[in-house]
Design a protein around this ligand. Sequence first.
Ligand SMILES: Cc1ncc(COP(=O)(O)O)c(C=O)c1O
Length: 354
Amino acid sequence: MDEVLVSGALTLGSVTERFERAFAARHGCEHGVAVSSGTAGLEIILRTIGVEGRSVVVPANTFFATAAAVLHAGGTPRFADVDASTFALSPDSVAELLDTTCAAVLLVHIGGVVSPAVEKLDRLCEQHGVVLLEDAAHAHGAGFDGRPAGSFGRAAGFSFYPTKVMTSGEGGMIVTNDADLAAEARLYRDQGKAGFLGGDHVRLGSAWRMSELHAAVGEVQLARLEEFLAVRRHAGRRYDEGLGGATGITSVQLAPGTEPNHYKYLAMLAPGIDRAEFKRRLREDHGVGMSGEVYAAPLHRQPVFGAISHGPLPVSEEVCARHVCLPVHSDIADEEIDQVVAGVRQVAAELVTE
Ligand SMILES: Cc1ncc(COP(=O)(O)O)c(C=O)c1O
């Protein structure tokens, strides 16, 4: 912060460049483009590949911004269904939507889980001449089979919103191995200007820059990412063990090769258990506040997307309705995890038998 303030360069300076290089390298990519938010990153990526008048496949169970970015970039989101074991796009559901209007498939690593289906989705996209992109807003440091999130698609967008595994206060990062896409993204993030100091606007960009102060926070957080991941992964293993054999709740079992960051720890309540009641009892009887869902309602149920046509999306409906996210953060202690496990086991068992 001091370095930035003394330099007088408060945006698009050397700290941002350092942060971009380090973040991209950690995620297996050559280029990083820091932006003002994860949402801006997604819109920029979609603008660089050109989705105007085209469709983009997104999962039904994602954050509002995934689909909204498609609309802001001039495209139409098409909602595909997901696999219950990963909460991520199901290749079969995606295949049904890959028609000639489709420009891209936007894979979301929900909860910081990179689906083993990522390679199948990649092949499917290639066969249809469609671009695979990643919404990696949840996936800092996550991976599959030794390959980091962010390195599977043509480009990926990360978020540094305060609740994420690492933050910059607000902010986002585009990572890619495509030098042309990175250069285009740099134009878009700074009002579509041909150069930092010039007055020629060559793209319909916006004020999507990251300030140097935010980049300074991001750089320090990135230096601590492995430490944060170690705590979160330890919590994940302790929850796995603690919830084994529980009644009324089952952890989502991840496939071998999955390297989650445990942005969220996902578990499914037994059919019929009222999630609101489960959370109320945990809070009131056990002092446990649960984490927010990813997501409580699928996007096709959101009023703002009501006009978008879609087929049946039964798995998205099911996972949205029945999952819970156990508390995880980068300072969580074993005693806290054990308190959660004891409460969760008791309340789930009570509700299943009531
Ligand atoms: C899946 C997903 N995509 C995109 C975003 C947007 O990121 P931001 O809040 O940084 O704009 C978020 C987060 O908040 C998210 O969870």
